[in-house]
Design a protein around this ligand. Structure first.
Ligand SMILES: [Zn+2]
Length: 105
């Protein structure tokens, strides 16, 4: 055992976390832990990493269409305070047709 901790890897997608969760589970089993303990270790790892991932994504701005609410860009589950509004391609065409003018958003 060393005093210095290795820095925690940063996972960027749910898929990466799921793969690593499986690795945590297998590692726990290889330590001779029972299935219940291995499952718990994996579940804790998964919950923690998903929360961290959410926090990181939470600092990004989500963009939705002000007309129909369609997702335009950014993290899908961003909170309302980090959501900005634009216009999606479909609504832009509709609005442009209705107004007879070009819309920029
Ligand atoms: Zn729209």
């Amino acid at each position: 055992m060393t005093a210095t901790q290795t820095p925690e890897p940063v996972y960027h997608t749910k898929g990466e976390i799921e793969r690593e969760t499986l690795a945590v589970y297998r590692r726990a089993q290889s330590y001779g832990w029972g299935d219940g303990m291995a499952e718990q270790a994996a579940a804790e790892f998964y919950a923690y990493q998903m929360a961290e991932l959410k926090k990181r994504q939470g600092s990004e701005i989500r963009s939705v269409c002000a007309w129909c609410g369609a997702h335009i860009g950014g993290p899908v589950n961003a909170p309302p305070e980090r959501t900005s509004h634009g216009i999606c391609a479909r609504c832009r065409r509709t609005v442009e047709a209705e107004l007879g003018m070009e819309v920029t958003a």
